[in-house]
Design a binder for this molecule. Structure first.
Ligand code: HEM
Length: 407
C-alpha cells in the first residue's frame, strides 16, 4: 500500500461524502486507501484511511485537540458554558491530558461495568416489547419502532431523565447529532436547530441537576452530581457538557449500530436467521457490524507538534481526518473486508476509536446490540426488507432514517 504524498484537491475529497455515495461509500473509500493510506489535502490536512496509520494517529500524543478558545463576554452564547477565565468548557472528548484524564476518571467512577450490568434486564424487556410489536404488526419501520427508541430509553434511564421528558430529549439529541460533522461538511440549515437544541438541553439539565442535588436517586446524574461534590469536583459547566456528551455519544451511535446491523443482516442470504435460532452469533455479529458499517465514520485530530504519519509529514496545527469507515475495511487486517460475515472471528476495528479517547460507552453499546440482535433472531428470524432503506444526511454518524421491514 502506498503512502506517497500526493496532493489531492479538497473538493474531490469532499465528494466522498456526497448524497449519491451515501448508500455505499465503501468503493470510494477503497480507491482512496489504495492510492494513499495517508492522503495529503490542501491546508496542511491529511486524510487517513489505512488501519495501521489511523491507529497511530489516535494513539499518538503528537495528535490531540487544539486548546479551547477564550471568549470575550459579548461573544459568549448561553448554550456554551465558559470557565472562570472565559474559556469555552469542552467535554472531555475534545480535551487533552491532563484535563481529559481528570474528567474521564471522574465520569468512569460513575459509569462502571456494574452500572451497565444493572441495565441488562431493562434492555431485555425493552427489546422484547419493541420486537414483539414489530412481529405483531407484520410490517414496520424498524428505525421508528426499535433502533431509535430503544437507545434513547436506555440512556434516559441511565441518566435519570423522567419518563415524560423522553420525547423532547430524543428530539434534542437528534438535532445535536446532525451537527457533529466537521465544518467543511456541515450544512448551514442543521447548525441553527442544533444550537437551539443544545441551549434547551443545557437549561433542562441545569434544572434537573439542581433537583438531584437536593434529592439524589440511583441514576448516573445523581452520581455525577455527588462526584462533583467530593474532593475533585466537576464544575457546573463540566457537568452540563458531560451530560450533553453522554447523550449525543450514547444515543444516535447505538441507533445506527442496530439499524446498520439489521440492514446488513437482511442483505445476508440467511437474513436474521444467520445469527442462529437462539441468536447464538449475536455477540460476534455486533463486532462484525461495527467493522463492516461503522456508526461513527470519521473523527478529527490536530497535530500538536511536527510529526509523521506513515511517510507523510504533518506540521504542527495540521489536521488529520481519520476515516474510520475506510480503515475498518483495510484488507491488511481483514480478509474479504467487503463481505459481511457475522460468523467471522471478530477482527480489529476502530469503531470505538483507540487510545485515550476509546469509547467509554462501548460495553453498553455492545450489550444493547447483542440483546436486540438476539431478540430479533428468536422472534422474527424470517424478517425481510420491505422497501429501500433511507439514509440520514450526515457523514460523521452513518445511519438510517427509515428501514422498512416485513415478516
Ligand atoms: C468516544 C463510538 C456508544 C460514550 C467514542 C469514540 C468513538 C465512539 C469512535 C472516540 C471518538 C474520538 O476518538 O474522537 C461509539 C459507537 C457507539 C458508541 C460506534 C455505539 C455503537 C456510546 C455510548 C456511550 C458513549 C452508549 C455512553 C453512554 C462515549 C464517550 C466518549 C466516546 C463519553 C469520549 C471518551 C473520551 O474522550 O475519553 N465513542 N460510541 N458512546 N463515547 Fe462512544
Amino acid at each position: 500500500m502506498s503512502t506517497t504524498p500526493v496532493e489531492n484537491d479538497l473538493s474531490t475529497f469532499i465528494g466522498l461524502f456526497g448524497a449519491e455515495r451515501r448508500p455505499d461509500p465503501y468503493p470510494d473509500y477503497r480507491r482512496w486507501r489504495e492510492r494513499a493510506a495517508v492522503a495529503v489535502l490542501p491546508g496542511g490536512m491529511v486524510a487517513v484511511s489505512g488501519l495501521a496509520e489511523a491507529t497511530q494517529v489516535l494513539r499518538d500524543s503528537a495528535f490531540g485537540h487544539p486548546d479551547p478558545e477564550f471568549l470575550a463576554p459579548e461573544d459568549r452564547r448561553p448554550d456554551e458554558p465558559v470557565d472562570e477565565r472565559g474559556r469555552v468548557v469542552r467535554s472531555f472528548l475534545g480535551l487533552n491530558p491532563p484535563d481529559h484524564t481528570r474528567l474521564r476518571r471522574l465520569v468512569s467512577k460513575a459509569f462502571t461495568p456494574r452500572t451497565v450490568e444493572r441495565l441488562t434486564p431493562r434492555i431485555e424487556e425493552l427489546a422484547a416489547t419493541m420486537v414483539g410489536r414489530i412481529a405483531e404488526a407484520g410490517e414496520a419501520d424498524l428505525m421508528a419502532e426499535l433502533a431509535a427508541p430503544l437507545p434513547v430509553e436506555v440512556i434516559s434511564e441511565l441518566l435519570g431523565v423522567p419518563l415524560d421528558d423522553r420525547e423532547r430529549f430524543a428530539a434534542w439529541s437528534h438535532a445535536m447529532a446532525r451537527a457533529l460533522d466537521p465544518d467543511f461538511l456541515l450544512a448551514p440549515e442543521v447548525r441553527e436547530p442544533a444550537v437551539r437544541a443544545r441551549q434547551e438541553f443545557v437549561a433542562y439539565f441545569r434544572e434537573l441537576a439542581a433537583v438531584r442535588r437536593r434529592d439524589p436517586g440511583e441514576d448516573l446524574l445523581s452520581t455525577l452530581v455527588t462526584a462533583a461534590d467530593d474532593g475533585d469536583r466537576l464544575s457546573e459547566g463540566e457537568l452540563l457538557v458531560t451530560l450533553t456528551l453522554l447523550l449525543t455519544a450514547g444515543h444516535e451511535t447505538t441507533t445506527n449500530l442496530i439499524g446498520n446491523g439489521v440492514l446488513a443482516l437482511l442483505r445476508h442470504p440467511d437474513g436474521v436467521g444467520a445469527l442462529g435460532p437462539g441468536g447464538e452469533l449475536a455477540e460476534g455479529a455486533v463486532e462484525e457490524v461495527l467493522r463492516y458499517d461503522s456508526p461513527v465514520q470519521l473523527t478529527m485530530r490536530t497535530a500538536l507538534r511536527d510529526t509523521v504519519v506513515g511517510d507523510v509529514a504533518v506540521a504542527e496545527g495540521g489536521q488529520a481526518i481519520v476515516l474510520i469507515g475506510a480503515a475498518n475495511r483495510d484488507p491488511a487486517v481483514s480478509a474479504d473486508p467487503d463481505v459481511f460475515d457475522p460468523s467471522r472471528e471478530p477482527g480489529r476495528h476502530l469503531a470505538f476509536g483507540q487510545g485515550i479517547h476509546f469509547c467509554l460507552g462501548a460495553p453498553l453499546a455492545r450489550l444493547e446490540g447483542r440483546v436486540v440482535f438476539r431478540e430479533l433472531a428468536r422472534r422474527v428470524p424470517q424478517l425481510r426488507l420491505a422497501g429501500e432503506p433511507r439514509w440520514n444526511p450526515t457523514t460523521t454518524l452513518r445511519g438510517l432514517a427509515a428501514l422498512p421491514v416485513t415478516r
